[in-house]
Design a protein around this ligand. Structure first.
Ligand code: NSS
Length: 429
């Protein structure tokens, strides 16, 4: 048995192979069935000829509908008209799992494809997206391990809001209420005292009520936290990590990237350092482009698109006004109106993919900010303890994996970056 990808090469010509997978499309003409077979690695044309394949196999091939699973034995031959330039000339055609008429045909509405997501994930785009995501995450894990980070497992059921308390999903937890995690950050902050440098890959949940092409209610969050790291070094970690992820995908996923019209060279061009733009300067840039913003304005999709649409490389926006960001960030001593934080924006108009900061270590400041927000100090007592027993300067960040993939694959909508998108209107299938 060979993977389809491995059957498509000059070396294989004339060899007998077995391939297996699902019928992608099929037509017959005269005494020949032209079936295109797909597996997770690619597609290949299979020809089943009357008189060459045994008669029952030829009849089976004639009657097999798309998405049926089959096993084929045959000889690899070059054929310029076939997709990929090669075909398998079948000597055996075995139907394994017949398919009823497949409910997805060529032109379908977005809603129908979402209703039939369990079947649509077989599409070439979805398969390619999953492979690219896998490769990006492999690149991330390789980078983290090479740099002495420990992968840890923070809880998903929590008692605190890590980001925006208006976007919490509440769950009934035995006889009280709890929340689904929005970010592993606070737990990662606690784990640096045992492991120094940690990372985690977890689902994060945000009850985002607005329907936007950048927000999911459930997304995968790659987060890191490290002791003895300041905001500046935190940016260097982000640059190196992002570069490692992109280069791994460029090396591993050329055909998949090309399916999305992404030239792997675009990804290889990304190397540290990335531009570092102070928030105030970003405001000036936006004003110069005619946008109605002033110091204190938050950046949404529109502003981020303007800032990044003419660039091919990611950029940091640094030192946001305190009012726009959560309580845990360290004050920027150069301009106390702002924090020592960054958002990393992906180029080509895509916008934010990472949020990160140096963390406040002064408990008095943290308590003041929590009180201002009307938060109960009891719930955060364990978090405040971290500053009481051997506090250290530390920083971290969170990368939205689907946001990242949306950019890499130039997708119009984040729902295509996850097999089962969870949004305000959808938990089925
Ligand atoms: O809210 S963040 O900007 N930052 C945090 O959660 C920090 N507590 C992370 C940390 O420092 N450990 O979210 C981080 C990233 C953000 O840049 C997006 O890429 C992604 O998480 N994100 C999302 N992706 C998809 N859908 C939604 N709703 C979403 N929210 C954030």
């Amino acid at each position: 048995m060979v993977a389809i990808r491995d059957a498509l090469s000059k070396d294989m010509v004339g060899k007998t192979v077995q391939v297996r997978g699902w019928i992608y499309r099929t037509r017959s003409s005269g005494g020949i069935v032209f079936a295109v077979l797909r597996d997770s690695t690619g597609i290949v044309q299979v020809t089943v000829k009357k008189g060459v394949a045994p008669e029952p196999d030829f009849i089976a091939a004639t009657n097999t509908g798309i998405e049926s699973s089959v096993i084929i034995e045959g000889t690899v031959a070059e054929d310029k008209r076939a997709p990929g330039g090669y075909e398998v000339r079948a000597s055996k055609f075995t139907l394994v799992g017949p398919a009823e008429p497949f409910p997805i045909t060529e032109y379908q509405s977005t809603e129908l494809l979402l209703d039939l997501r369990h079947l649509w994930i077989r599409s070439r785009e979805q398969t390619a997206a999953m492979r690219i995501k896998d490769s990006l995450l492999m690149g991330a894990r390789e980078w983290f391990h090479k740099n002495d980070y420990v992968e840890v497992n923070p809880p998903i059921i929590t008692g605190v809001a890590a980001e925006d308390s208006t976007q919490l999903f509440q769950i009934k937890y035995f006889d009280r209420m709890a929340y689904l995690s929005q970010s592993a950050q606070f737990y990662l902050e606690s784990l640096i005292y045992s492991c120094d440098k940690v990372f985690s890959l977890t689902p994060s949940f945000r009850a985002e009520k607005s329907r936007t092409p950048r927000h999911l209610a459930e997304f995968w969050h790659l987060e890191m936290e490290a002791a003895w790291v300041d905001n500046d070094e935190n940016m260097k970690v982000q640059e190196e990590l992002v570069t490692a992820m992109l280069h791994r995908a460029a090396d591993d996923c050329r055909p998949e990237l090309e399916l999305f019209k992404r030239d792997p060279a675009d990804l290889r061009r990304v190397v540290p350092p990335f531009d570092r733009i102070p928030y105030g300067e970003a405001i000036e840039r936006l004003q110069a482009k005619g946008l109605d913003v002033s110091w204190g304005s938050d950046f949404g999709a529109v502003e981020e698109r303007e800032l990044t649409k003419d660039s091919g490389l990611p950029m940091f926006i640094m030192n946001y006004p305190k009012e726009l960001k959560p309580f845990y960030m360290k004050e920027n001593s150069d301009d106390p109106r702002t924090y020592k934080n960054t958002d990393l924006l992906a180029p080509e108009g895509f916008g934010e993919i990472i949020g990160g900061s140096e963390r406040e270590t002064d408990n008095a400041l943290l308590i003041e900010r929590l009180k201002d927000k009307g938060e109960s100090l009891d719930k955060y007592s364990w978090y405040l303890d971290l500053r009481r027993y051997g506090s250290v300067p530390h920083s971290g960040f969170g990368l939205g994996v689907e946001r990242f993939l949306t950019w890499v694959c130039k997708m119009d909508h984040i729902r295509d970056a996850i097999p089962y998108p969870r949004t305000v209107s959808r938990v089925f299938p």
